[in-house]
Write a protein that binds this ligand. Structure first.
Ligand code: NDP
Length: 258
């Protein structure tokens, strides 16, 4: 699996598993299955209620902690310097680990500067390796950088061929921020899009695979959610083919056609 080197030097696997809406009681099984299939990156959040299952799945699979990238996100109720640090400790306890690879501010809030200072402290003491933001726009990011001097390693935003947010991605590139996509399949809806189906037929792949491959070739970090073992296997099968410029351009046009 390709990796992307972040602006702090850490290399994140460009593909992973998202576990939003995965019920807590099913999470360990799904994470273990994904790890057995070769996944090495899991994206969870305090708000998903399934961090304990992520940690259990990791232990059940018997994969070394250092070989798996774990991202979690700060709960909206835990903004502020002390609350954010305490919330991270709770995540570490639920995950059963001494650090997370990436900790994100899930959404902007009123105490962003204090929260972001807490993230800097967590990174300095090693409980968090990389720090980033989610659902931030350019102005929100600039404000934090001006006030703290700390540039986020990533911004996780809703990107897919239908809503590519090219302007925000150009800004990310100028700032050295890596774009992470949430909802890369548009919660599954893009799989039925006629353009995805046409390109998939042309290259002998599935619609989900060509959509996910489009993200990889645009340098975006992607972690589709699936609770189905067959689809977990399908989604990770995107490293042994390349979309031509024509195929990429065809998928780009999805944004003009709902
Ligand atoms: P996705 O775009 O990943 O779509 C997930 C949906 O697509 C599920 O219903 C899944 O169903 C279906 N699906 C997955 N693979 C296939 C396939 N090969 N063929 C057909 N259908 C498929 O949406 P998400 O919202 O889950 O986004 C991915 C991840 O991004 C989340 O899990 C989470 O980690 C993160 N996220 C972050 C947010 C933020 O605010 N930062 C907000 C939302 C998500 P099934 O399970 O039945 O396979």
């Amino acid at each position: 699996m390709p990796r992307v080197t972040l602006n702090d030097g850490h290399a994140i696997p460009q593909f992973g598993l998202g576990v939003y809406h995965v019920p807590p009681e099913d999470t360990a099984d799904i994470v273990r299955t994904a790890l057995e299939l070769g996944y090495r990156h899991v994206d969870t959040a305090q708000g998903y209620g399934n961090e304990a299952g992520v940690g259990q799945g990791l232990r059940d699979a018997g994969v070394a902690r250092e070989d798996v990238w774990i991202t979690t996100k700060l709960d909206d109720e835990a903004h502020g310097y002390d609350a954010a640090r305490a919330a991270l400790d709770e995540s570490l306890r639920r995950l059963g680990t001494d650090h997370v690879d990436l900790f994100l501010v899930h959404r902007p809030g009123e105490q962003d500067v204090e929260t972001w200072r807490a993230f800097e402290a967590l990174r300095e003491d090693g409980r968090v390796r990389s720090v980033g933001l989610s659902n931030f726009g350019r102005r929100g990011i600039e404000r934090l950088v001006e006030r703290t001097g700390l540039v986020p390693a990533v911004n996780q935003i809703r990107v897919n061929p239908r809503t590519p947010h090219r302007g925000l991605q150009r800004y990310h590139r100028r700032r050295g921020i890596t774009t992470e996509s949430w909802g890369p399949l548009r919660e599954g809806r893009l799989v039925g899009h006629p353009t995805a189906r046409r390109v998939a037929a042309r290259v002998g792949r599935t619609p989900a695979q060509v959509i996910l491959r489009w993200h990889l070739q645009r340098g975006i970090v992607v972690f589709p959610k699936s609770a189905d073992p067959a689809r977990l296997a399908e989604n990770i099968g995107i490293t042994d083919f390349v979309l031509s410029r024509r195929d990429m351009a065809a998928i780009d046009l999805v944004r003009r056609r709902p």
